[in-house]
Write a protein that binds this ligand. Sequence first.
Ligand SMILES: [Zn+2]
Length: 257
Amino acid sequence: MTELATIAGHLDALLGTITIPDYAGALNGVQLANQGSITRVAASVDISRRIVDAVVRADANLLIVHHGMFWGGAQPITGAAYDRLRVLIAHDVAVYASHLLLDAHPTLGNNVLLAKTLGLEPTGGFARYKTVDVGVRGETDVATRDLHDRADAFAQLHGGRARATRIPTDRRTRRWGICSGAGASTDTLLEALTLGLDTLIVGEGPHHTAVAADDAGLVVIYAGHYATETLGVRAVAEHLTATYGIPSTFIAAPTGL
Ligand SMILES: [Zn+2]
């Protein structure tokens, strides 16, 4: 029997919950406690009523999420937020959130695992946030169109499609950067140019990033916010199964983005 406190202590140390900076609303670590031992772990990118119902159906009593319950800051616990919480507490389900730490982690992180999935080998960091590199970068020699097609195949496994800025015929990718989720921004484009990268693979980004990238000779491949953040939570759940023998389930809930 493994208690929540044991698992939480292990994950806090493994992921750097206390030491790695994040947005205030991310609230990394245990967001909701429970009363019993953990008997089954569920993992999902987000938390929603649909996901909470799936956790209950899976008979899990610990939910690992990437985007936790407090994104918008302090909010009244009414409506959908109340319903989610009521169901979680009624079924004694604990919630543990891990955001930027799970993008940045060297073995369980979204970015290192996305690189591996796309056949790329990271050699450094990318997408600096305060004191951490959230993303990864590396070198290769591959047709950019092929890289797009790999990202698209991956996105389709998670209910999405990859899109990209203009890819000139015969263009090759030699220096790439990856940042999952909302990875394309004015800051990451500037950082990419400073580092001499030619191709970025991100989850999503605003329209102006596509315009600026094309002007700068960068190709940005947008593989989907949801798809690019499925890997970390799943890896954490599998890690808990391997470490404590607790069965785990990934709850797929594609957002279409
Ligand atoms: Zn995200």
